[in-house]
Write a protein that binds this ligand. Sequence first.
Ligand code: SF4
Length: 376
Amino acid sequence: MPGLYVHIPFCLQACYYCDFHYKARTDRKPDMLKAIQREASLRCGEWSATETGATWYFGGGTPTVLSAEEWAVLKESLSPLYPCHGEWTVEANPEDLTPDYLSMLKQLGVNRLSIGIQSFDDGMLRWMHRRHTAERAVESVRQAQAAGFENLSIDLIYGIPGMTVADWRCQLEQAAALHVPHLSAYHLTLEPRTVFGVRLRQGKMAPIQEEESERQYTLLTSFLADNGYEHYEISNFAQPGYRAVHNSGYWTGVPYVGLGPSAHSYDGNSRRWNIASNDRYIQGVQTGDETWFQTETLSDTEKYDEYVMTRLRTSDGMDLQTMAGLSGEQRTAECLRDMEKYLRSGQIQPLGGTRYRIAEHAWLTADSIIADLFAS
Ligand code: SF4
């Protein structure tokens, strides 16, 4: 059940917190789309046509900067090479989702939208330098539902400096009122290469206090549980039957092919990542000089780390029997020994049999627990 990820590296406005790869100008869009199609045909041997349940995910950047004609050309070139009859997700900016655009996506075959709302507060949206308003955010979800998109996800950001628990509750109440079956909630991180990262270095802003983060996280988990959402991954919540299929593949070792600049790929044994530069990607794909991507074969230790890192992000956790099959009895025994202190503190919980997970209340600090369990 493989996945195809396509990175559309353009945005019409740069959000101040964003560390993804994108260019805030679209003049090379035609060249980029040709390069992505060329990469697709060069690498289609990596896709097993016999597999069913394959997924497509268009992320970015902002895939909704593509016109109807551009979508049609991309679909026509990718479909025969990477057939997909399962989940097809497109990340969308609320500002782009007009009724006409939504109906075009629906007719194309897109069956899931992930809408980057981030906040229902105009002040916060302006502060983050988002393109849309709170009113437009709500309207885009209602219009998507009217266009027949039932499988919808929205993104929200919490842990914003100055945000209170009461503000966050207000955001969550507005999200719940939209009746979307999936929600992703991310704690704001002040990444070095972003506007916020620069402000942090200059002493012009500070991260939110840890206790306030914890209060907002606790509210997030209890509020969404009360509203029928299952917390199935650190940042992801779904109503029954609406877990994200494509993204779940990343956390369960499903192979995927990533096309476009900065896209990553994984085949179970090796990883590949494309260069995070639009110009160098286009140039490299055109000339075929192979300087536009790198590959790495995973050692047994790296496969073990990968297993721990991905599985402990999920509520299904990791299975020591599977781990033993992958990494050997000795490595698994060492893992169990390293886990003991977390089992005693309740930060890691047994799920029955040989399965363990990070407790929901400890997920906010999952990175440090996972790093502690790494072999390398
Ligand atoms: S629209 Fe998305 S990818 Fe583009 S700058 Fe904003 S957060 Fe980043």
